[in-house]
Design a protein around this ligand. Structure first.
Ligand SMILES: Cc1cc2nc3c(=O)[nH]c(=O)nc-3n(C[C@H](O)[C@H](O)[C@H](O)COP(=O)(O)OP(=O)(O)OC[C@H]3O[C@@H](n4cnc5c(N)ncnc54)[C@H](O)[C@@H]3O)c2cc1C
Ligand code: FES
Length: 347
């Protein structure tokens, strides 16, 4: 049996026990403590924290998420860190409500009800829950989908739906050529098939008690969690101003425009801006369209970004560019939430 150590998190004063054969992030989840996280593979930096005391080791992570100088200073990625001593760790990013009040991780047996193309490379995957009959999660969170026939292999995908309908789930999935799950979506998976999920994970959720305007920035399949937040905002009648910047290449890559318009019409102060990086030809009527990368469009339109809460999500280069913008605009770190759509298949 492996040794167990005590890890204390400051400034929240929470203590957990960590076995030497589990990461600190996994140990925290096992004990109901929902630390900030994203990819859980050492690629996104969402779980970056500072070791104040104790012996830890970090393994198998991307230096984009934690560079050598940071590692030297004592920064670690908790999803890739093992404790070999009692430790004190400073959480750099945390949400006190989420820490103790997150939904429990569940194993969910579902059935595919539909797979519908939304653009040339994005599909909507709809599932209904079988066991448990209802899935507890928060708008904006993601799940691990177990790839059928590939023992233990999972891929992370964000829910596009809300807890308002805990029996029917939707995911928006970009099909990358050669992707293991993409191949199944293309060739074998069909309505009626069983799918197994684990989750929910993630901190891309609208926090209670906050009042700042919200800026949503999504690119490609990053539509999924942003749509979940928007659907949720509509369901609960959220009154905070919201701007939704969606990055795509051409008008053909835009989708769900009618639903976004309808949801927005029911909110107090909402605007959708489609940001097209390659072509504006045949842009849809009645939709505000701007030319350029989504971060450039946000930069042009949001002079007071530092006084908003920013939710950003999509492919890693887009998220990195948007995080650089939030840094440059001095948006406080506790006002920025992101999910970087990394893949375990690339470094
Ligand atoms: C927290 C989180 C939430 C996510 N939510 C979503 C979501 O809602 N919708 C969604 O479509 N994806 C999402 N992703 C990304 C998704 O998990 C990966 O794209 C996944 O690897 C795709 O699985 P696959 O088996 O089809 O492709 P893989 O077998 O994993 O990849 C095959 C090849 O495709 C390419 N590739 C795969 N994914 C990417 C990528 N993200 N960027 C660039 N190239 C890539 C690479 O060349 C890779 O070698 C999320 C990722 C994370 C970490
Ligand atoms: S680097 Fe740890 S959750 Fe992404």
């Amino acid at each position: 049996m492996s040794d167990t150590h005590r890890v204390t998190f400051v400034p929240v004063d929470i203590e957990i026990e960590v076995d030497e054969d589990e990461t600190i992030l996994d140990a925290a989840f096992r004990q109901g403590i929902h630390l900030m996280h994203g990819c859980r593979e050492g690629r996104c930096s969402a779980c970056k924290s500072m070791v104040l005391d104790g012996d830890v080791q970090m393994d198998d992570y991307s230096t984009f998420a934690c560079n050598d100088a940071e590692a030297e200073e004592g920064y670690v990625l908790l999803c890739r860190t093992w404790a070999y001593d009692d430790c004190e760790i400073e959480l750099l990013n945390f949400d006190e409500d989420e820490l103790l009040g997150g939904a429990p991780i569940q194993e969910v047996h579902t059935r595919v009800t539909a797979i519908e193309p939304k653009t040339a490379d994005i599909v909507s995957l709809r599932l209904e829950t079988i066991e448990p009959a209802e899935f507890e999660f928060k708008a904006g969170q993601f799940c691990d989908i177990h790839i059928p026939g590939n023992d233990g292999l999972t891929r992370s995908f964000s829910l596009a739906t809300t807890p308002g309908d805990p029996k029917h789930l939707e995911f928006l999935i970009k099909k990358y050529p050669g992707g293991v799950f993409a191949e199944q979506l293309e060739n074998s998976l069909e309505a009626g098939a069983d799918l197994h999920l684990t989750g929910p994970y993630g901190s891309f959720t609208i926090k209670d008690g906050r009042v700042l305007p919200i800026v949503l920035i999504g690119g490609g399949a990053g539509m999924a969690p942003v749509l979940s937040l928007l659907r949720h905002a509509s369901e609960i009648g959220l009154e905070r101003p919201m701007r939704f910047y969606y990055g795509a290449r051409t008008p053909a890559d835009l989708f769900y425009l009618d639903e976004i318009a309808a949801l927005g019409a029911g909110l107090t102060d909402f605007e959708f801006i489609a940001c097209l990086s390659e072509s504006m030809d045949a842009a849809p009527e009645g939709v505000r369209v701007e030319s350029g990368n989504v971060t450039d469009v946000v930069d042009r339109n949001e002079p007071d970004l530092g006084r908003t809460e920013v939710y950003l999500c999509g492919p890693p280069p887009m998220v990195d560019a948007a995080l650089a913008l939030t840094d440059q605009k001095s948006v406080p770190k506790d006002q920025v939430f992101f999910d970087k759509f990394t893949s375990p298949a690339f470094d």
